[in-house]
Design a protein around this ligand. Sequence first.
Ligand code: MEV
Length: 417
Amino acid sequence: MEDFSGFYKLSVSERLAKVKKSAGLTDEEAKALSDSGALQLERADKTIENVIGAIHLPLGLATNFTINGKHFVIPMAVEEPSVIAAACRAAKQTLPEGFKADADEPIMIGQVQLTGIKDVAEASKNLALNRKEVLGIAAGHMKQHEKYGCGVRDFETKVLDTERGPMIIVDFLIAVGDAQGANMVNTVLENVAPSLAQLTGGRVRLRIVSNLATKRKARASAVWKKDIIGEETIAGVLDAYEFAKHDIYRCATHNKGIMNGIDAVALATGNDWRSVEAGAHAYASLGHYKPLTQYHKNEKGDLIGSIELPLALATVGPAVNSSPTAKIALKIMNVRGSKELAMGMCCVGLANNFAALSALATEGIQKGHMKLHARNIAMFAGALTPEETEAVAEELATEKNFDVEHAKQVLQKVRKM
Ligand code: MEV
């Protein structure tokens, strides 16, 4: 593994050259990145409807991630300044041990809704008696995926008493390998549903994957040592955590900071971030809405942080393939499949959360943000080179004056120097 220390100090082309070498990217792949991952319009037009263009987001790399002893550089696509820097800094503070992580088998839940059933108890009994037959029919629609370890594992039934009468919901548990699984699951459900209707005498309504993938969770933890981050930061993070535990207004923002990292990795790797978001917040709400991370102090006084959430991710399949950069991002990350990707994402989410809490509870986050804001203003005011941008940004930040007209004057002054 290449040494990525000081990666942030390199120019974009130097970074690209470094990652090309370390990840073994082809010239074509490196070019796709340097072309800002330009999505050809013909391709875009085949991906969604009514296409008129494509949008771009910056793609960066989070460094310093050691997970279960393996070193990772993690691609993140995000428009918000500081998110990647914060993840890198928090990850660095866990070294040399880094993060521990694991992930469940990729099992998705797919739901079939049956309504208008005359005798719900009888219908449920019928489903139980015909378990083998139902599983056999469902499995018959997974044949071509079996070689990837996919298959229908089981089903569970529940009765919902609703304002429109009782309904039977059949939840299928389906192993989907390294795919996100929605298509695979929905196909099975649509094919098995008629036999469920027959067995229950009910009418089939919805047949759809659940985004609350509680059978497909990933988790990570890390130790932030007292000697490295200081007792004041530990106390601050613990206070911030208690705040989130006891106040839903704070908790939403706490979890947003986690999703800053998780969504960025999902986007970079071509994953369905809406399903990740839906799953994360529904999981946080089981019982009552809670932080997705936890913190406590160990007997040595060090801070232990941990995270757990459902992550239904793909490292194969159409979404990954239709993005010109997602496959390259996965190659850079060098993950062995959807489980390892989920572990990496968890670590980034935890790192971003720790970084936000430690900054918020001590010096605040505006100082760092303002430096980046100043750089943006400097560029907006016309700064062309990194040197000009830095010099103007420095002065704006020192004077705490971010007015664009003022930035233009500072730029003129810098150019005369
Ligand atoms: C901003 O994108 C994220 C934070 O608000 C998260 C938090 O407050 O924990 C800084």
